[in-house]
Design a protein. Sequence first.
Length: 120
Amino acid sequence: MRQEDLEYFRNLLNGQLADALKQGDLTLEDMTDNPEIFADPADRATMESDRAFTLRIRDRERKLIKKISAAIARLDNGTFGICEECGEEIGVPRLKARPVTRLCIHCKSKQEEDEHLRGE
């Protein structure tokens, strides 16, 4: 992979990491703001449902932060853009679509097909 491509992905991943961390901080601030008291149980149930939804989103963001950090580590150690399954280079178009990917399109397709056959 060319040096300018590596710099492009480093900037992209660092930007995504900063955005995800900022979003996580905002989520935590929103959830720790004034606890509300509800006279109506339906209002409380709605708030609890919204809170559970927010926590699921936060968990997805946490997982994405780990993936972004791992991709940055691969940039640092020179393995970014190399498929962890077959060792072939992952195409730049695939990396632009999903910069945290660890698998080339062929290996990812095979993995998804195997998961489908196992019923996952």
